[in-house]
Each structure stands twice: as structure tokens, then as C-alpha cells.
Design a protein around this ligand. Structure first.
Ligand SMILES: NC(=O)C1=CN([C@@H]2O[C@H](COP(=O)(O)OP(=O)(O)OC[C@H]3O[C@@H](n4cnc5c(N)ncnc54)[C@H](O)[C@@H]3O)[C@@H](O)[C@H]2O)C=CC1
Ligand SMILES: C[N+](C)(C)CCCC(=O)O
Length: 518
């Protein structure tokens, strides 16, 4: 028999040669025993804590892994590990960091299908979408690799030959806390700008989706990052709190719900730590009668049904100019009914399973309440049981379109985070802008019209951080993304994110003698 240690190095090589070989990729067959924490460049079990959480495959309802939650000691060890790596990484030039980030992007591209498969198994979204998420992820690393070499300060001339200059410096160890809807992508949106600026990171994914981020950590090490530069601690509320309170954490970047965002800010306030908050939304999508109808229908589907509707920036309040209400609604319903729901690993599936049973129940309750309040279910909204027996315990529902909605209904006011679109008629531009802005949230917004002046006028009037004209939910990494109002602040992606992962040092240089006033 070949001794085990000799076999080990073969596994990654085989994986590279034959992607998929090391991992069974059929729904209902995956399970994971490997540790899910990552510290000092290796997977390991947490040093303390140990509360066990079950990790599900939403498509089948099976438990695929057991998660050990990290305690205070493990969080501290991860932060210390990041602190040590920060000393090395922050001293490297931007160009040196660029090369490592590019190598990480290359490996992700190479392993794209395998990572997408992991994401689909753990999140429930269709493999079609998961692949696009992984593409956005490596593009994000490429983008910040490109910026790393050009991060610079200013030189300012002062009287008498004196001068000043500014240095853009990293913050130190940044904490990243993620939601479960885009596990790998959220980690990349945080890690890429943080690491490009010279920071280290300790990342805590959602306990529902702990798996793919550990793969990202492995790739970073393989790409040549110092061991400990990117660590993963697993767990829920308590682990997140240890991380936020840790005195050596310099910044917290959080993606999740508004109530948790409030708590993160409170914890950060105690340590005067800057925060980036990417929170929830209830965004408006405004369809004018002069739109290209087919594009507007496509836009409404994109705005509501990606990732089973579990998307923060979804345009779930679809305002339609009354003149085209019937035509638009009929077409949207027809197209929604055609969405193929089912096994997310099948190539032609376009909607998989929701994240877990409690969340599915929550979404169902919203629909029940909408009916009680007078909304009309135009299609979907019911639980869906695929024919395949292995999927019978999965968390499926049919995408839902609600008509007869009014602004005061719960389904129109609250974030549902499921595949539920509410259609609301409007008559004038002035009226729709006011109604669109009448929400505590301000993450995104969209408008469909062929009138370019109207399009720009309307988006200028929307109180939202991310606006779309004649499209929705595309995510080029070059564009900053983030919210207004209760949807948070700080920006991810684009050049703007650099501001949130670095600090500015001013240096004032005297070239003459000191003129003392004393
Ligand atoms: N603006 C954006 O970019 C996005 C926003 N979201 C929002 O996230 C929500 C859904 O995600 P969930 O995971 O259910 O949100 P959540 O707020 O329950 O959890 C998010 C993360 O915070 C952690 N956490 C929870 N309580 C904590 C505490 N007291 N201290 C530290 N960490 C804590 C969780 O373990 C998880 O990792 C939705 O409201 C959605 O709109 C989701 C994706 C993107
Ligand atoms: C990728 N995109 C634009 C559909 C959603 C990104 C925001 C989120 O994490 O929910």
C-alpha cells in the first residue's frame, strides 16, 4: 500500500488535471469532513469554541458538513496570524502584491467550475449562476491587482521650498463578515481591495455557507500570499462578536441584514473602528410606457429572480406606468412561469432551492400576508416538489408575481429576500419618484425608458446608491456598489473601495529653519 503522506501531494495535482475528479458533483452525493477553519496557511479545527452547527445542501435538505464554531481564543489566534502576515505583506510594493493577486485570479479561473459546483451545493443557486458569480470574483481580484501598483499619494509644494506629501497606507487587520447569498463573491469583494491596499484579513462567512471561502483561502496561499494573510473563522453571532470586539481588528466590512448592521456599528464604535456596511434593500424598478418592452420584462426578471430572489439589491417594487400595466404584467407572468425550477446542478435549471427551511417558511409567510392584505398572486408562490425523489426535502418554491399591490402592504415595504415581485401601477414621473423614495432603504434602483433625459432625471432623483438605466443587476467590478440610508455606507468595487481599506498619512517637510513663536 502507498503510505498516505505520499498520496497527499497527488490529490491537488489530479484535481488540477481532472477537475471534478476529487469531488463528486451530483446533487445528493457531496459531504465534507475536512476542517473549515483556515489559519496560518492551513485548514484546522478551532482551538476553542466547538459549538456544532449543521451545514445543509438546500437542493436536498441533507446535512453535508458539521461546522465547529470558533471561540474567543481561535478568533484571537486568527487575528494574531493575520497581524504577523501583515508585517510582511504591507512592506511589499504594490506591483509585488499585484502579481500575487493576479496569480490568485488565474487559479480561480482555472478552478471555476469546481468552485461554482461547491457554491451551488452549499447555497442552492443554479450552477449557471454560480459560474457567473465565480467569474465576477476573479475579475474583482484582477481589477484590484491592477490598482495595487498605482496606489499613491500626492506631493504638495509649500513656501520656501518646503513641501508636504501624502501616503496611502493600509489599516492593518480587517475583519470581513459575509452573508450566505454570494459566499465566494462577497469574500472576494472584501478581500481583493483589502489585500491590494496591503491589509490582512480575517473572514467569517455565514454559518449557512462556510465551504467555498476556505477554498479561496487555499488559493491565496497557493498564489504566494504570506501564510496567515487571509484567515477564515467559522461560526455565527458569538464568533462575529469576538471578531468585532478584538482590539487588533482595525476595520470591519460587513454584508448582511440591517439589524445586524446596527449591532456591528455599535461594536465598532467602542473601538473607533471604521465600518463598511452592505445591508438590505427594497429597491424600486420603474418601467415607463416608452420603454423597449422586451428589455423591460427581461430587466424585471433579472431584478427579482437571480439566486432565488435572495439578492440585496433586487428591484422588488416594480412600478409600471398604467398605460402598459396589462401588457407588461401579462408578459412578466408568462416569462416567470417558464423559469425552470429544480436541481441546481442541472445545466438547464434557472432557479434552485432557497437557503434553508426557516427562510423558505418566512418567504411563504410574506406571500400569505400579501394575500390577506389584498394582493393577488398572478403566478407561483407555492412550494415546489421536483419529480426527482432525492430532491423531495429540498427548499423549493415557484417564483411569484404579485398584482393589485399598494404601497402600504407588507410585501411592498419589507425585504422578502425570496423570489417575489410586487407590481405597482403609476401615472406620472413625479408621483413615481416620490413613491420610489418612500422607503427606509436606499440600496439600488432602476429605470426603463427610451427617453434619455427622463432616464437621467429619474435616477438623479432616486435616493439609492446603485442605479441602473435600461438594465438591472449586472455587476461590473469597475463600478462602486453600496447603499444610501438604511442600506448602509462605504463602497465595494471600483476605485472608491480603496478609500475604505486605506488611511491617508500627511507628511509635512520643512526645508528651512524653524521659526519659533516663542
Ligand atoms: N448590501 C449587500 O451587499 C448585501 C446585503 N445582504 C443582506 O443580508 C441579509 C441576509 O443575510 P443574513 O446572512 O441572513 O444576514 P445576517 O445579518 O443575519 O448575517 C450576516 C452575517 O453576520 C453574522 N452576524 C450575525 N449577527 C452578528 C453579530 N451580532 N455580530 C457579528 N456578526 C454577526 C452572521 O453570522 C453572518 O455571517 C439580507 O437582509 C440582505 O439584504 C445580503 C447580501 C448583500
Ligand atoms: C451580483 N449582484 C449584483 C446580483 C448582487 C450583489 C449583491 C449581493 O451580494 O446581494
Amino acid at each position: 500500500m502507498v503510505p498516505r503522506p505520499l498520496l497527499q501531494p497527488l490529490v491537488p495535482r489530479l484535481r488540477r488535471l481532472l477537475p471534478g475528479l476529487a469531488m463528486s458533483s451530483a446533487t445528493g452525493s457531496f459531504s465534507l469532513q475536512q476542517p473549515l477553519n483556515y489559519r496560518g496557511g492551513a485548514r484546522l479545527q478551532p482551538a476553542d469554541g466547538g459549538q456544532v452547527e449543521e451545514v445543509y445542501e438546500p437542493a436536498t435538505g441533507r446535512v453535508i458538513a458539521k461546522l465547529l464554531c470558533s471561540g474567543e481564543k481561535e478568533v484571537d489566534l486568527a487575528v494574531q496570524s493575520a497581524k504577523a502576515a501583515f508585517k510582511v505583506w504591507s512592506q511589499m510594493s504594490g506591483m509585488e502584491r499585484c502579481r500575487v493577486l493576479l496569480e490568485a485570479a488565474r487559479i480561480i479561473r482555472e478552478q471555476r467550475d469546481e468552485i461554482a459546483t461547491l457554491e451551488t451545493i452549499n447555497n442552492g443557486k443554479s450552477i449557471f449562476e454560480a459560474r457567473a458569480d465565480i467569474d465576477v470574483s476573479w475579475q474583482c481580484l484582477e481589477y484590484y491587482a491592477g490598482l495595487a501598483g498605482s496606489l499613491a499619494g500626492e506631493h504638495i509644494q509649500l513656501p520656501g521650498g518646503s513641501f508636504g506629501y501624502t501616503r496611502r497606507e493600509p489599516l492593518g487587520v480587517c475583519a470581513g463578515i459575509g452573508a450566505w447569498n454570494y459566499p465566494f463573491q462577497i469574500a472576494c469583494w472584501k478581500a481583493a481591495p483589502a489585500l491590494a491596499c496591503g491589509n490582512a484579513m480575517v473572514f467569517k462567512p455565514s454559518p449557512f455557507t462556510p465551504i467555498s471561502v476556505v477554498r479561496l483561502a487555499e488559493i491565496f496561499t497557493q498564489a504566494g500570499m504570506p501564510k496567515g494573510l487571509f484567515n477564515v473563522v467559522q461560526g455565527g453571532v458569538a464568533t462575529g462578536q469576538f471578531l468585532c470586539h478584538h482590539p487588533d481588528v482595525a476595520k470591519i466590512s460587513f454584508t448582511g441584514s440591517v439589524p445586524t448592521g446596527v449591532k456591528i456599528m455599535e461594536m465598532a464604535a467602542k473601538g473607533i473602528k471604521p465600518v463598511t456596511l452592505e445591508l438590505g434593500g427594497k429597491s424600486p424598478l420603474i418601467i415607463f410606457s416608452d420603454c423597449a418592452l422586451e428589455n423591460a420584462v427581461n430587466g424585471a426578471l433579472m431584478a427579482n429572480f437571480l439566486t432565488q430572489g435572495e439578492v440585496c439589491c433586487n428591484g422588488t417594487r416594480v412600478f409600471v406606468e398604467r398605460k402598459i400595466l396589462d401588457t407588461f404584467t401579462k408578459e412578466v407572468v408568462k416569462r416567470t412561469q417558464k423559469i425552470k425550477v429544480g436541481d441546481p446542478l442541472l445545466e438547464d435549471t434557472r432557479m434552485g432551492a432557497l437557503i434553508n427551511r426557516p427562510h423558505l417558511d418566512r418567504v411563504q409567510n410574506f406571500i400569505k400576508q400579501a394575500k390577506e392584505q389584498g394582493a393577488q398572486v398572478l403566478c407561483g408562490g407555492d412550494l415546489y416538489a421536483p419529480d426527482d425523489p432525492k430532491l423531495k426535502n429540498g427548499f423549493y418554491m415557484r417564483p411569484c408575481v404579485l398584482g393589485n399591490c399598494t404601497d402600504d402592504m407588507t410585501c411592498v415595504k419589507e425585504e422578502i429576500f425570496g423570489p417575489v415581485m410586487s407590481i405597482l401601477p403609476f401615472d406620472t414621473e413625479e408621483e413615481v419618484v416620490e413613491r420610489a423614495n418612500n422607503t427606509k432603504f436606499g440600496l439600488a434602483g432602476g429605470v426603463f425608458t427610451r427617453d434619455i433625459q427622463k432616464a437621467h432625471r429619474v435616477v438623479a432623483a432616486l435616493n439609492a446608491g446603485m442605479c441602473f438605466i435600461n438594465n438591472y443587476n449586472v455587476s461590473p467590478v469597475e463600478l462602486p456598489f453600496g447603499g444610501y440610508k438604511a442600506s448602509g455606507f462605504g463602497r465595494e468595487n471600483g476605485r472608491a473601495a480603496i478609500e475604505y481599506y486605506s488611511q491617508l498619512k500627511t507628511v509635512c517637510v520643512e526645508m528651512g529653519d524653524v521659526e519659533s513663536v516663542f
